[in-house]
Design a protein around this ligand. Structure first.
Ligand code: C5P
Length: 220
């Protein structure tokens, strides 16, 4: 039987990844970070010396893109072929170009198919799938769909606390720009019909995890 899907969307800095991982851990479910695959494809294009803003070049590199996810649920390593790119895909040089990759419709269709395969083979009772278009495009029929939000100032503060060595103003500006670019492709700032909003502005980490679990328990 296919796994129960908890779909989680939200903007950068909403705490999506850390909250989704913790929820998956609590439920004993699998976890899929779809943003990591967009980042890994971006890394792959840059690594080969190709221009990530050239859609035709990006599309041509997709068939050889060998995306793998590590089997250790504590680390969720990301591999492209034999290369472990878990850390590399978080580097600013990748973050800066990932939105250009993500706006190409053929890339979105390709990765959406990849995600559906990973979900089907995940082998657990359930899976938390996290990204920007999971509630609307990748898993619109998921029994539980959540939009995780927080006020912009709070998201900027949380993210700059995470990234030491960068000024809050610089981090905030980069985040705003990426959200603006991504929002032109998919709407993850407003909940689609049937999607439950969890606003973490006034919640700490554990309270947010509890709030998400409460939605899962109510809706499954
Ligand atoms: O979640 P994260 O910030 O790591 O995502 C990196 C980028 O991948 C986003 O800025 C966006 O361009 C793209 N993305 C997407 N659709 C998803 C997940 C991520 O377009 N479902």
């Amino acid at each position: 039987t296919p796994p129960v899907v908890l779909a989680v969307d939200g903007p950068a800095g909403s705490g999506k990844s850390s909250i989704s991982k913790a929820v998956a851990g609590r439920l004993g479910w699998a976890y899929l970070d779809t943003g990591a695959a967009y980042r890994a494809l971006g890394w792959y294009v840059v690594e080969r010396g190709l221009d990530p803003t050239d859609a035709a070049v990006v599309i041509a590199s997709m068939p050889d893109f060998d995306y793998r996810i590590g089997t250790d649920p504590d680390t969720y390593r990301v591999l492209v072929g034999e290369r472990d790119v878990t850390e590399a895909i978080r580097e600013p040089r990748v973050t800066a170009i990932v939105s250009a990759i993500a706006r190409v419709p053929q890339v979105r269709a390709f990765l959406t198919q990849l995600f559906r395969g990973i979900i089907a083979r995940s082998g657990k009772a359930g899976i938390v799938v996290e990204g920007r278009d999971i509630t609307t495009v990748v898993c619109p029929d998921a029994p539980v769909r959540i939009l995780l939000t927080a006020d912009e100032a709070v998201r900027m503060n949380r993210r700059s606390a995470e990234l030491t060595g960068h000024s809050a103003a610089h981090v905030g500006e980069a985040l705003r720009k990426r959200d603006a670019a991504d929002s032109r492709v998919v709407d993850f700032m407003n909940a689609a019909e049937g999607v439950t909003t969890v606003d973490s502005t006034e919640l700490d980490f554990d309270q947010t995890v509890d709030a998400v679990i409460a939605v899962v328990q109510k809706e499954t």
